[in-house]
Design a protein around this ligand. Structure first.
Ligand SMILES: Nc1ncnc2c1ncn2[C@@H]1O[C@H](COP(=O)(O)OP(=O)(O)OP(=O)(O)O)[C@@H](O)[C@H]1O
Ligand SMILES: [Mg+2]
Length: 289
């Protein structure tokens, strides 16, 4: 009996959080590094299903860095990163799209359907969702930068009760063009800004943003975040993530979170407990701005 009362108490304790988030649009970036095993991936889908059932409008953007690197390695195609951003050759671009769109996106979409919720997997190529240009073709090849987001398809899906699951790929400007590989953190951020999301949550493979001593920073401002990046405390894949976070909070998204997606139910722990887990980032200007 005591156990059952505890469950009822947990449900009642979540009322203020449900009141806060009901009806809001939340963008969730599901990092490739947090997709390690089947159980984790299925439970990620279950957490989003719960949010959806509670009246939240979730948009998922997924990465796939680890799987892409594994696939490229098995095909003897080089994997290279500069400041956390993948360099994408024409050959690699085909594989990037196959892994993101054909594998990761399909599986996630299936999990939702399997558990009785309608999800639609799309890429930035669908319905004109993302337009892009080369980041710097000579250096990064087919790695792109978003120039425009058309949220029409996302709004239609959400309004009709579908959960959109977005693979971070954009179209090129000719029939021969293989398309652009876009860092998923920036896709999540640009979609969040365009759709006026309340929050963006980044699930990754680390506790959150760590300081120079490896300690978790629970709350930082956009000003701190820029300083940590400029001073070299933030490196690799955390660099584009921090750029995305800063750009979000500077452009109307109230709060962003970076949390450890390797923890089961990480999203629920972040949203439905007072202290949360991971790092939350708020807006604050640098003096010189
Ligand atoms: N100061 C820092 N705090 C936390 N992580 C950091 C820091 N500096 C660098 N990192 C690295 O950033 C990595 C997270 O970025 P990464 O791009 O690897 O994952 P992801 O974005 O979740 O996955 P994907 O790119 O596949 O979507 C961490 O695993 C960590 O090694
Ligand atoms: Mg990354």
């Amino acid at each position: 009996m005591l156990g059952k009362i505890k469950i009822a108490n947990i449900l009642v304790d979540s009322i203020p959080f449900i009141q806060e988030f009901r009806g809001s649009t939340i963008v969730i970036k599901y990092g490739g590094s947090a997709q390690e095993n089947l159980k984790l991936r299925e439970n990620f889908a279950l957490d989003i299903i719960l949010l959806y059932m509670l009246g939240i409008r979730p948009i998922i953007v997924h990465g796939g860095g680890k799987k892409i690197s594994q696939m490229l390695e098995s095909l003897n195609i080089e994997s290279r990163f500069i400041d956390g951003i993948r360099v994408t050759s024409k050959e690699a671009m085909k594989i990037v799209e196959m892994v993101l769109n054909g594998d990761i996106n399909r599986e996630l979409t299936f999990f939702f359907g399997y558990h009785g919720v309608k999800a639609v997997g799309i890429s930035g190529k669908d319905a004109g969702l993302l337009k892009a240009k080369p980041k710097d073709f000579d250096t990064f090849g087919y790695t792109g930068e978003i120039t425009d987001v058309n949220i029409e398809i996302l709004n239609k899906l959400l309004d009709d009760g579908f959960v959109p699951i977005v693979a971070p790929i954009a179209s090129g400007d000719s029939i021969e063009h293989p398309g652009f590989n876009i860092n998923a953190d920036s896709v999540a951020c640009e979609i969040a800004k365009a759709i006026n999301a309340n929050k963006v949550i980044f699930l990754t493979d680390i506790k959150g943003v760590l300081d120079a001593n490896g300690e978790l920073l629970s709350t930082i401002t956009s000003k701190d975040a820029k300083k940590y990046k400029d001073s070299g405390v933030i490196t690799g894949g955390m660099m584009p993530k921090i750029d995305a976070c800063v750009s979000c909070v500077e452009n109307g998204v109230k709060k962003v979170h970076i949390i450890d997606g390797r923890i089961l139910h990480a999203i629920l722990l972040e949203l439905f407990t007072t202290k949360g887990i991971g790092t939350q980032i708020f807006y604050e200007k640098l003096e010189k701005e």
